[in-house]
Design a protein around this ligand. Structure first.
Ligand SMILES: Cc1cc2nc3c(=O)[nH]c(=O)nc-3n(C[C@H](O)[C@H](O)[C@H](O)COP(=O)(O)OP(=O)(O)OC[C@H]3O[C@@H](n4cnc5c(N)ncnc54)[C@H](O)[C@@H]3O)c2cc1C
Length: 450
């Protein structure tokens, strides 16, 4: 693996395509743009790639179906499987350490220039066109001019800096989805946990999409959501102090490791440093009680230990940039087709409840075998040229975002944004003027299912 570094030194640099943010969307965008022939610079504020998947320890793809989402997702799955780093299924748990390596290798193999520890703080704008970004590093401020910019920051930082209109929160004015500190436990006797669930099926949600068990896999593939009785007992005893009445446990590929989704922090903003600080403090307080609860109450956890909590709290929802089209719940449920479709998804709208009803968790499902299209226009901010949206910040309503935010879908919109950016930069075309047919053809050549 030979990772290419960005041009050294402060001042102004250039790239055909600049991708900001190295989460799922940014990785896919950078790799896809480079494979489409562009000189690509990927700028990430952290020290690893993966975003919420690694720094947020959210290491499970929700909604894997190779007949619906292809392209970069297929390659990620194959590379993870080749190192024993995943158990593929509708939910595909993976080892976050394996993913860090896979992501770095993919970026390197594609010839992407990489710059870590670099925080994008502003957009360079000429009229209504984003022509580059400014970022700060330990060694000073830098500026990069680019033929096209992909905003894969999750929060739409670049589009917002360039004054693109955006929405946040719920239609009723409440803040968006809560944040969560994920944690990972080791040395769990998963056979005892599985036996408990088999003997107490009422402990779990009845929705088959929320509870999965495939014992014929090695290690077994399981996702259990609920544990209503145990959680109630733990809360009554004052051991468990979380803002929800259930929890999710998922088996990871490394034997005896379990991913725990149990904390919730409501009503705070993921784009406000003071709120984020409060959220980290509150989320970690809750996580401490979760560990104690698991060891005392959860079958199979008697000799378990905490491996780690996420380095950063997981942020589900912040800015949703308003694009030339805004995807809606109705589009998803009616499985609407668009002539400029650049990605597909089928996963339900998974919406954790608001602050005034923290236990509500809505789960709006498509019909079995159904899928919906995401039009290219969802990647194009209404008022701006030169910048494309990818991943969590694409143009979708609060409800639709609850489906498009998932990691397989973020890879898919990232790949589309990357290819579109490469084609725009190469042809000197505004992204909005790019022929959608040409883009779709280039995506299909990159094994995207359309
Ligand atoms: C707690 C939680 C549980 C979830 N569960 C699941 C699940 O089980 N399965 C699933 O598929 N999805 C799940 N999701 C959703 C999914 O993980 C995310 O929506 C998805 O990973 C978003 O990918 P992204 O690349 O758009 O954003 P991110 O992963 O947030 O990546 C953005 C990247 O940009 C970087 N960045 C941000 N701002 C800047 C800046 N200004 N300059 C430079 N770099 C910047 C960040 O460091 C990060 O690496 C969950 C989310 C959360 C929070």
């Amino acid at each position: 693996m030979q990772v290419q570094q960005s041009t050294r030194g402060n001042g102004t640099h250039s790239a055909e395509v600049l991708v900001a943010g190295g989460g799922m969307a940014g990785i896919a965008a950078a790799v896809a743009a480079a494979r489409a022939g562009a000189d690509v610079l990927l700028v990430e504020r952290g020290g690893t790639l993966g975003g919420v998947a690694t720094a947020g320890l959210n290491c499970s793809f929700m909604g894997v179906d190779r007949s619906v989402i292809g392209g970069v997702l297929w390659e990620v799955l194959d590379r993870l499987a080749s190192v024993g780093g995943s158990i593929e299924g509708l939910y595909t748990p993976f080892d976050p350490e394996a993913f860090k390596t896979v992501a770095m290798e993919m970026v390197a193999d594609a010839g992407v220039r990489l710059l870590l520890h670099s925080w994008v703080v502003d957009a360079v704008v000429d009229g209504d066109t984003v022509t580059g970004v400014r970022f700060i590093t330990k060694s000073g401020q830098r500026e990069v001019r680019a033929g096209a910019v992909v905003d894969a920051t999750g929060d739409g930082d670049i589009a917002a800096a360039a004054h693109a209109p955006f929405e946040t929160g719920r239609p009723d004015g409440q803040p968006g989805q809560p944040m969560t500190v994920m944690l990972r436990m080791g040395n769990v006797d998963t056979s005892k946990l599985i036996a408990y669930i088999k003997a107490n099926p009422d402990e779990l949600y009845k929705n088959p999409l929320k509870c999965v068990l495939e014992e014929n896999r090695d290690p077994p593939l399981f996702l259990f959501s609920g544990f209503f009785d145990l959680v109630r007992k733990g809360k009554e005893a004052g051991v468990l102090r979380t803002a929800r009445e259930s929890m999710g446990l998922q088996g990871l590929p490394n034997k005896g490791q379990v991913l725990v989704n149990a904390t919730r922090v409501h009503g705070l903003s993921g784009i406000d440093a003071d709120d984020l600080t409060r959220a980290e403090i509150e989320g970690r307080k809750q996580a401490k009680t979760v560990v104690e609860f698991l060891k005392k109450y959860m079958p199979g956890f008697d000799d378990a230990h905490l491996i780690d909590t996420a380095a950063s709290i997981g942020v589900r929802e912040t800015r949703r940039i308003k694009g030339l089209y805004m995807l809606t719940k109705e589009d998803i449920l009616s499985e609407r087709r668009f002539p400029d479709a650049i990605a597909r998804n089928f996963f339900p709208m998974d919406n954790h409840g608001p602050a005034d009803n923290p236990n509500s968790h809505s789960w709006t499902v498509l019909r079995a075998g159904g899928f919906y299209d995401i039009p290219y226009r969802c990647l194009l901010p209404q008022t701006l040229n030169g910048v494309l949206l990818a991943g969590r910040c694409i143009s979708a309503t609060h409800e639709a975002h609850a489906s498009t935010r998932t990691m397989p879908c973020s890879l898919a919109t990232g790949q589309a944004a990357g290819v579109a950016a490469a084609l725009s930069a190469r042809h000197g075309t505004r992204p909005a003027d790019l022929d959608a047919g040409l883009l779709r053809k280039a995506l299909i050549e990159q094994r995207v299912v359309l």
